[in-house]
Design a protein around this ligand. Structure first.
Ligand SMILES: *[C@@H]1O[C@H](CO)[C@@H](O)[C@H](O)[C@H]1NC(C)=O
Ligand SMILES: *[C@@H]1O[C@H](CO)[C@@H](O)[C@H](O)[C@H]1NC(C)=O
Ligand SMILES: *[C@@H]1O[C@H](CO)[C@@H](O)[C@H](O)[C@H]1NC(C)=O
Length: 235
């Protein structure tokens, strides 16, 4: 009986905590992707909302709402009922879009190559509708690691699967840079995330390992298998 009373006393506080936790978890799971400066095309419902948060809440409680866009200047909240595969977006400055599904921006090429030079990676991605992937968010790193784990190649000198990555060492500066010239170290990668993938005198190009580390190697290494390339989809 004493334990029953104790249970009852703990009840309300415990319930409140669980509801709070569930609310946070559900919210995080329901909206998988947030994009700035992007709006959904052909919305099924337009309404006004005081803030992006209210727009999000309206989509949250509407099961058929798959994505919502909030225009900060007009306070219009647009929702689409399209299935994830059919949702299309377009560039729209000042609009924030929330999606109840993951937008897969990263992909790995079906084609494989021995040549890891920036020009060749650009060509390989372009042939399959993309550009070389720049990894500057945790979400993209998660996606890229999964892609490498699923489609990467085992190399003799490593225990991990790898795919070509666009991080490139310009000999002039000695540091690895992305194709847009932003430094690789600083956003999500640190110096500790680099390892020499192959003994060579010149380390210029890179691969991503399935453990999220960047392997450095020479541009056209000997005894290497042809590798697929990490790219990002362009719309
Ligand atoms: C919602 O607004 C957009 C942009 O003004 C418009 O193109 C669309 O037809 C509207 N949709 C509905 C269902 O009102
Ligand atoms: C996507 O759109 C096409 C064309 O409107 C439609 O036939 C198809 O059923 C839609 N897919 C889903 C999963 O709703
Ligand atoms: C959104 O667009 C504005 C104006 O074009 C720009 O200043 C801003 O950096 C963009 N934000 C993002 C996250 O792309």
């Amino acid at each position: 009986m004493a334990s029953h009373n104790g249970h009852q006393r703990a009840g309300p506080l415990l319930l409140l905590t669980i509801v709070t936790l569930l609310g946070t978890a559900a919210d995080a799971v329901v909206f998988q992707t947030i994009m700035m400066n992007v709006t959904v095309l052909r919305p099924d419902l337009n309404m006004t909302a005081a803030a992006a948060c209210e727009c999000k809440a309206k989509c949250f409680v509407l099961p058929k709402c798959s994505a919502a866009s909030y225009d900060i200047t007009t306070s219009v909240c647009s929702m689409t009922y399209d299935a994830p595969c059919n949702v299309t977006t377009t560039f729209a400055p000042g609009v924030i879009s929330l999606f109840k599904f993951v937008i897969r921006e990263a992909f790995v090429t079906k084609g494989k190559t021995f040549n890891g030079s920036p020009d060749n990676l650009k060509k390989m991605c372009g042939a399959e509708g993309g550009v070389p992937l720049i990894i500057n968010t945790k979400q993209l790193l998660r996606e890229a690691r999964q892609l490498v784990a699923d489609h990467g190649i085992w190399l003799m000198w490593g225990a991990n699967r790898v795919a070509w990555l666009s991080a490139y060492q310009t000999p002039k500066y000695g540091l690895y840079h992305w194709p847009d010239n932003s430094p690789v170290i600083g956003s999500i990668f640190t110096a500790n995330d680099f390892f020499p993938a192959l003994l060579a005198d010149k380390m210029e190009v890179s691969v991503l390992r399935d453990d999220g580390k960047i392997g450095t190697l020479s541009e056209q290494p000997l005894f290497i298998s042809a590798l697929p390339v990490l790219c990002a989809r362009t719309q």
